[in-house]
Ligand binder design. Structure first.
Ligand code: SAH
Length: 240
């Protein structure tokens, strides 16, 4: 299932990558009750809706980061999607997983260790706070998030973490995306970024139609952003 999806995306999984995904699947299901990781528990469905869906990001990452090497931050990583999937297929990538919920971070640390992923690390905290730390602010080549919030909210959570010239890639559902992007005009302005592309992706056998919204950071983030924890989601930036 996973192989077929990966091939359709132009990715050739190595034996090591396949082994890691197998282990990832086992650990995800074994820890699910304890850590509340996913509502999807059928192994085939996990492979498609979590793993293959996450991998739709890989070709784009390779395109933007020469040879797939560079730094990526996954905000609201949950059980490591898409971040751990990227770390598995692109070993030259350095992936930072930011997650607010403690028990999910415990799972992420366990998964990183068990899968022996030397190119991934997990950081516990809210993106709003992490983005205030010099170690993380304006540091990353690429930022991504899946199932974390609206475009306007994600702009405020992701863009402060990017270096100028870096890209944010939002994994979204196609339905209503134009309206959501239009509603984010003010957020894009204030966070000094532009929409580079809205790329449809069609993972095989995935019933949902997915889209990747690619943003480019054109100038440094004003010091007022992001606002306090919770505010970007509760009161997304609107027209002034
Ligand atoms: N990306 C994963 C998880 C989606 S659920 C997936 O696609 O399966 C959303 C996750 O984002 C939750 O685990 C939640 O704890 C986390 N989250 C939400 N807002 C956050 C924030 N501001 N900073 C860090 N994590 C956040």
């Amino acid at each position: 299932m996973l192989d077929r999806g990966a091939r359709a995306l132009g990715l050739n999984l190595t034996g090591a990558a396949r082994d890691r995904f197998e282990r990832f699947l086992e650990e995800l299901l074994a820890w699910n009750d304890r850590a509340g990781l996913t509502s999807i528990t059928d192994p085939d469905e996990v492979q498609l809706k979590h793993f293959v869906d996450s991998l739709t990001l890989a070709p784009l990452v390779v395109r933007h980061l020469a040879g797939g090497s560079g730094t990526v931050v996954d905000v609201g990583a949950g059980p490591g999607l898409p971040g751990l999937a990227l770390a598995i297929v692109l070993p030259d990538l350095e992936v930072t997983l930011v997650e607010a919920t403690g028990k999910k971070v415990v799972f992420l640390l366990h998964a990183i260790k068990t899968l022996a992923l030397g190119n991934a690390r997990a950081v516990r905290g809210r993106a709003e706070e992490i983005a205030r730390q010099p170690e993380h602010r304006e540091r990353y080549d690429l930022a991504t998030a899946r199932a974390v919030g609206s475009v306007a909210t994600l702009v405020e959570l992701l863009v402060p973490l990017l270096r100028v010239g870096g890209r944010a890639v939002l994994m979204k559902t196609r339905t209503g995306i134009d309206e959501e992007i239009a509603a984010a005009a003010s957020a894009l302005d204030r966070l000094r970024c532009v929409v580079d592309a809205v790329e449809p992706v069609a993972p095989p056998d995935l019933c949902e139609t997915r889209v990747l919204v690619v943003l480019r950071k054109v100038a440094a983030t004003p010091p007022t952003y992001p606002r306090r924890p919770g505010v970007p989601a509760r009161r997304p930036l609107r027209q002034a």
